[in-house]
Design a protein around this ligand. Sequence first.
Ligand code: SAH
Length: 239
Amino acid sequence: MPLQPVMLLLAVILSLWAAAPLRAADPYTADRERMVARQLKGRDITDPRVLAAMGRVPRHRFVPEHLAPLAYSDMPLPIGSGQTISQPYIVALMTQWAEVKTGDKVLEVGTGSGYQAAVLAELTGRVYSIELLPELARAAATRLQELGYGAVRVRTGDGYAGWPEEAPFDAILVTAAAPEPPPALAAQLKEGGRLVVPVGPRRQVQQLLLLRKKSGKLVEDKRLPVMFVPLVPGSETKK
Ligand code: SAH
């Protein structure tokens, strides 16, 4: 055999060998594809950018290790500190409602595991996320960094007050239920911006609302019955 084809063959074998551990490193690829097909496309998630984002983010890395085999099931899961990561469909729906375009500035209230923030980071490079519990904020920031979502800015704080230094935002997503849309968040939304927030009493059925800012006022566009953990008033709300 002449030398060149031998080298080529060697190069092909080497590259296949090098790619193998990468594929083996994500044993949940098939589960994730099935989740996108059945739970998202099979319902009303139609935005191709949202579907692609949900197909990329390794959700199993955002849940406690012993729950990884359940990460792509059609349900919310506990993430510690009495909090939960939302069902994949709800994350996708909130993201679709938020209509995030490349370059949009987005605020998330309730970082939790960091999963929703990672999905948003697939759509724009400008994601800000606030978490009330310091241990969750720290763990989420580390996890996001490790998974290549280091551009997401995470801070510990009271989401009721929003993030005034970075306002205004094109979209704001609240991933815990409030008695009403927090006024500070409404104020930090751009004209034409979208606020996605579950509203209603604690531990009862709430309404997930899509509100748009029109002529300075929030106008309801869509709603869906849901159940979220409560948005807890932090020190900035109480004072
Ligand atoms: N979006 C998360 C799930 C969040 S669960 C994910 O993708 O995993 C709701 C989160 O809101 C919890 O982590 C809870 O601690 C947080 N939270 C509750 N009240 C808050 C407040 N006032 N400000 C910021 N975060 C709050």
